[in-house]
Design a protein around this ligand. Sequence first.
Ligand code: PLP
Length: 364
Amino acid sequence: MTVPMVDLKKQFNDIKEEVFETITGILESSQYILGPRVRELEKKIAGYHGVSEAIGVASGTDALHLSVEALGIGDGDEVITTPFTFFATAEAILYTGATPVFIDVEPETMNIDPAGIEQAITEKTKAVLPVHIFGHPADMERIMDIARRNNLKVIEDCAQSFGASIRGKRTGSFGDAGCFSFYPSKNLGAFGDGGMVLLNNPDVAADIRMLRNHGSKGAYRHESVGFNSRLDEIQAGVLLVKMGRIESYNEKRRRNASLYNELLSGGVQCPVELDGHIHVYHQYTIRSDERDEIQKRLGDNDISSVVYYPIPLHLQEAVSFLGYKKGDFPVAEESSEKVLSLPMYPELEDAAIRRIADIINDVL
Ligand SMILES: Cc1ncc(COP(=O)(O)O)c(C=O)c1O
C-alpha cells in the first residue's frame, strides 16, 4: 500500500465532469481575468465568513503582502509574528520594508503565544500577524483584545485554516484582514496558485483591489504603483466547484483526524483541538522524540510524511540579519525537532490510517 501526503487525483476524479463543464464555459466566454467567476467566488467566500469584502489575488503570499501594505505598514515598522510557520509569512512583511519580530509559540497548538505579544511591543510595532498553523485557530480572542488595547492592526494568515472557527466565528473574520491561499494542496485548493483577502473595511478593500491591478481603479489611470496580482477565471471556476464541497472535505479531514487520535493514543503527542475550536486539519501533525525513526519506517513502507517545519523562521539563513539565535524560542525550536505531518486528505481511507498507526505504534 502506497500512501501519499495528499491525493489530488482522487479529488479531481470526483469532480471531473463539473470542472470540465465550468472550464469549457470559461474558455467559450474568453473572459480570463477578473471576470464574473472571480466576483461570484469573492461573494460566496465573503458570505461563508460573514465579512463584507473579499478580494481574489494571485497567491496566499500576495494576500498577506497586499494586506500589510494596504494597512499602511512599511519601512521602519515592526510586525509581531510566529517563527513556526511557512517562510511566506515573514516574506510578506519584509517585502513592505517592515521587520518581522518573532515571539515563541504555545506548546499545545504551536500557534503564536499571546502571552509574549505585549512584551514585544515597541513604539515601532504596527501589527500582529498570527498564523492558524496546520488548521487550528490561533487564540484570536486574546490577540484581538491585546491588539485593540495597543492600537495594533491584526492580519490573520489563514493559508492553512479555511473553514476553521472559534465559537462559531471563522478564522479570517477576526482581524483587520484575513489572508487565504488556494495553493492546490490547501483545504480549498485551486489547479494553480491563488489567494484571497477578507475584510470588513471598504476603504482598505478598495486599496487592495487597486494594488492587485497595477495601482489602478479604472482603465489606464494609476493612482499608486501596484502589482499584477489577479486571480484568474479558471482558478475561480475550479474553486467555485470545490467551494460547494468544502464543508464535506473538512468534515472528512476531521473524521480522519479522530481515527488517527484513537489509534495513536499512547507514545506520540497527537494534535489537540481546544474547547470551542474547530480544527480543519490542513495537516495532521504528531510530535515524538522518535520522529526520525518513525519517518524512516513509514518511508520503508511507501508511506509519505513530511517535517513541517524543520527550521523555525528565526533561524533561517535568509533572515540572519535580524540577529536571532538558537535558544531564542525554545517551544518553536523543540517543535521543529519533533514534528511529523502524516498523510491527510478528505479521500484518505481508514485502512491507510490503520496501517500508518500500526507502523508508528510498532516503532514505539
Ligand atoms: C502559513 C502559510 N502562509 C502563507 C502561505 C503562502 O501561500 P501561497 O503558496 O499561496 O503563496 C502558505 C502556503 O503555501 C502557508 O502555509
